[in-house]
Design a protein around this ligand. Structure first.
Ligand SMILES: O=C(O)CCC(=O)C(=O)O
Ligand SMILES: [Fe+2]
Length: 301
C-alpha cells in the first residue's frame, strides 16, 4: 500500500460524463502534498500495457548492434534508442544504468519505417500512446476543473508535440558497486504516467528529505506532476525529486513512462488563480520548448 505521502486514488473508470469534480480535488490535493500518486481503475485497457511490455522486452533483448541502428539522434526529435550510460537524469551524478526507447509525438512518426524496430512494436507502442494520451487528457481536464479553468484549457495546450512514450529497461547487475538506475531528478513537463513491472526501485523524496519507496504495483499507474505544472500552479503543485535504485539487482526491471508535456510554443506562466493577491508570481514565464530542451540538453551532457 502507498505510504501516507503517496496517496492512492480510485479514478472510477474515468467514464465519459462521470463527475470529474471529486477526482480533480483528489488529484490536486495529491499534487500539492506529494507530487506523486498511485491511480487505480483508470479504465486503461490492461491488454495494451501487456502488449507494450512484451514489445519492450523483445526489443531490449536484441543485439546491441541491432538496437544501435535505431539510436537516438538529437534532443529536438527526442526519438530512438539510448544505450546504457548515455543519459544522466541527475547531470551531477554518473550516468544512469538503464537503456530506453523514446517516442516523442509518436503518432506523427507512425509512417516513418526507419523510426521503429518493426510493425508489431510500432503498433503496440502507438496503441498505448493513444490510450495514455486520452488518460492524461482526462486527468489534466479534472485538474483544470478543480483550478477553475475553462474546460479544455490544458487539452488545447497538450496537442501531442511534447507527449512522449518511453520504454525503459534497467538490466541486472552482478556484484561490485551497484549503480543507480536513474539519478535523482524532477520530470520536465506537466504530468507523467508510469507503469512498472512489479520490480521495485522507484523512490521519491519526501518534504522532510527522506526517500520513500513507490509501490511497484503492476496494476496501478503512478502519476506525478512535473516542473511546468509546478510553474503553472505558481508552486502549489510539487515537481518532486525521484530516482531509481537497484533494489533487486539480480533481475531486470522494466517500466513504461508517458510524459504529457505542453506544446513547444506554450508560454507557461503562473495561473492568476494560483497567485496570492498582492504578490508577484513565483516564476518568470517560460516556453515549454525552452524548458524541456534545457533539461534534455543537461541530461544528455
Ligand atoms: O523507471 C521508473 O520507474 C522511473 C523513470 C523516470 O523517473 C523517468 O524516466 O523520468
Ligand atoms: Fe522521472
Amino acid at each position: 500500500m502507498p505510504g501516507p505521502s503517496i496517496p492512492l486514488i480510485d479514478c472510477g473508470g474515468m467514464r465519459p460524463g462521470a463527475d470529474r469534480g471529486a477526482l480533480g480535488q483528489a488529484l490536486c490535493a495529491a499534487a500539492q502534498d506529494s507530487g506523486f500518486m498511485c491511480l487505480r481503475n483508470t479504465g486503461l485497457d490492461a491488454a495494451l500495457l501487456q502488449n507494450a511490455f512484451t514489445s519492450s522486452k523483445r526489443f531490449f533483448a536484441l543485439a546491441d548492434a541491432d538496437k544501435e541502428t535505431l539510436r537516438y539522434r538529437d534532443i529536438q526529435r527526442n526519438h530512438g534508442y539510448v544505450a546504457l550510460g548515455q543519459e544522466a537524469l541527475d547531470p551531477l551524478a554518473s550516468a544512469d544504468r538503464k537503456e530506453s526507447f523514446t517516442m516523442r509525438d509518436a503518432l506523427r512518426s507512425a509512417s516513418d519505417v526507419t523510426a521503429w524496430p518493426g510493425s508489431a512494436f510500432r503498433n503496440d507502442a502507438l496503441a498505448l500512446f493513444a490510450a495514455a494520451r486520452a488518460l492524461a487528457e482526462g486527468l489534466l481536464d479534472a485538474i483544470g476543473l478543480a483550478l477553475g479553468l475553462q474546460p479544455g484549457y490544458f487539452a488545447q495546450r497538450h496537442r501531442g508535440e511534447n507527449q512522449t512514450l518511453r520504454f525503459l529497461h534497467y538490466p541486472p547487475q552482478h556484484g561490485g558497486d551497484l549503480a543507480a538506475g536513474a539519478g535523482a531528478h524532477t520530470d520536465y513537463g506537466s504530468l507523467t504516467l508510469l507503469w512498472q513491472d512489479g520490480n521495485p526501485g522507484l523512490e521519491v523524496r519526501a518534504a522532510d528529505g527522506a526517500w520513500v519507496p513507490v509501490p511497484a504495483d503492476a496494476d496501478a499507474v503512478v502519476v506525478n506532476t512535473g516542473d511546468l505544472l509546478e510553474r503553472w500552479s505558481n508552486g502549489r503543485f510539487r515537481s518532486t525529486l525521484h530516482r531509481v535504485r537497484p533494489l533487486q539487482p539480480w533481475r531486470s526491471r522494466y517500466s513504461i513512462a508517458f510524459f504529457s508535456d505542453p506544446d513547444d510554443a506554450v508560454l507557461v506562466s503562473s495561473l492568476a488563480g494560483c497567485v496570492p493577491v498582492g504578490q508577484p508570481p513565483a516564476y518568470a514565464p517560460i516556453t515549454a520548448r525552452d524548458h524541456i530542451l534545457h533539461k534534455l540538453a543537461a541530461s544528455y551532457g
